[in-house]
Design a protein around this ligand. Structure first.
Ligand SMILES: [Zn+2]
Length: 314
């Protein structure tokens, strides 16, 4: 069951922000609808910043629309700003805000060349295939997301050292989680261009709860940090005080009866190993080590979906 299908079982999440008007940017200037390239005319990296990978994650769309409207031009290289799932976003309804995460399937579980080169079609597969040639040109990518359940904002850096380095470079929010994605399919940040041997790197930010004002503030600060870091003169030092954690276990709900023993908040650290945190049917889920951080617990996970990631602080 999807987040949307489960909507009847969810608590009420207030929608404090409005969907932005992105109509000026849906044509774009790249040949890919929703994608606009801002070029400095000088050598430098091609940086991508995407939002709306999930159609109901408004914070990314809000800050990207503001960036485009401000007529920002990078000082070096090129910046491509993209609104990913336009079709799902077009269906956003504040009365049913969980229903427009995607049209047919999750756009952020399709980034496997075998899937992309295959014959199967869906609204999201068509979209991923349209985006792919642009993505294949990017040296660096920040994909802006938000979360349904209350959680401290964080950067997910995927499995690579270069992803972790990019997350540390951005540094806002100051928590970088190295992880291995979802069993249900690779995310854009897991795509071969960013996880293969080449230098291109990608991270995603989970800026806060989908529809809270604070999430927009965090997304804007994260985006600003990336843009500043790209343009820093050599020799300037990146920020410190960044917490790094590595996912040790991604817990996938194996039954429809998965339930946490408490309403945990993402970012919470459980001091002792072997602490019971959830029951998945009759199976006990316990912390595998001391100082175990709960990353993005989904308090009503559907079977086959990630319920929580457990991470060790580094
Ligand atoms: Zn998302």
């Amino acid at each position: 069951m999807t987040e949307a299908a489960a909507a009847g079982m969810l608590p009420h999440f207030p929608v404090e922000v409005s969907a932005p008007d992105i109509s000026a940017w849906t044509a774009g200037n790249t040949g890919v609808p929703g994608f606009t390239t801002l070029a400095s005319g000088k050598p430098g990296p091609h940086v991508g910043i995407t939002g709306l990978m999930h159609g109901n994650e408004l914070a990314g769309a809000i800050v990207l629309e503001q960036l485009l409207r401000s007529k920002f031009v990078p000082r070096i290289g090129k910046l491509t700003v993209g609104f990913a799932n336009l079709a799902a976003f077009a269906r956003f309804d504040p009365a049913q805000p969980t229903a427009s995460r995607f049209v047919d399937e999750d756009l952020n579980r399709l980034w496997d060349p075998v899937i992309l080169n295959g014959l199967r079609r869906s609204s999201e597969l068509d979209r991923a295939r349209a985006m792919r040639p642009l993505i294949d040109q990017m040296d660096m990518l920040l994909d802006i997301h938000s979360m349904l359940w209350p959680s401290d904002p964080l950067i997910l850096s995927g499995p690579t050292a270069k992803g972790r380095a990019l997350g540390r470079l951005i540094g806002i929010p100051p928590l970088v989680i190295a992880d291995h994605g979802h069993v249900s399919g690779p995310r854009l940040i897991d795509y071969a261009r960013f996880t293969g041997p080449g230098p291109a790197a990608a991270v995603l930010v989970e800026a806060g709860q989908h529809w809270e004002q604070e999430t927009v503030i965090c997304a804007r600060a994260c985006l600003g940090a990336l843009l500043r870091q790209i343009e820093l003169e050599a020799g300037e030092t990146p920020r410190s005080e960044i917490q790094i954690a590595e996912v040790t276990l991604a817990v996938t709900a194996a039954t429809t009866g998965f339930a946490f023993v408490r309403n945990f908040r993402g970012g919470q650290v459980i001091p002792a190993r072997n602490t019971l945190i959830a029951l998945d049917g009759n199976t006990e889920i316990r912390t595998p080590h001391d100082d175990c951080m709960l990353v993005m617990p989904s308090l009503r996970p559907s079977r086959g979906h990630t319920a929580v990631r457990l991470a060790r602080l580094l």
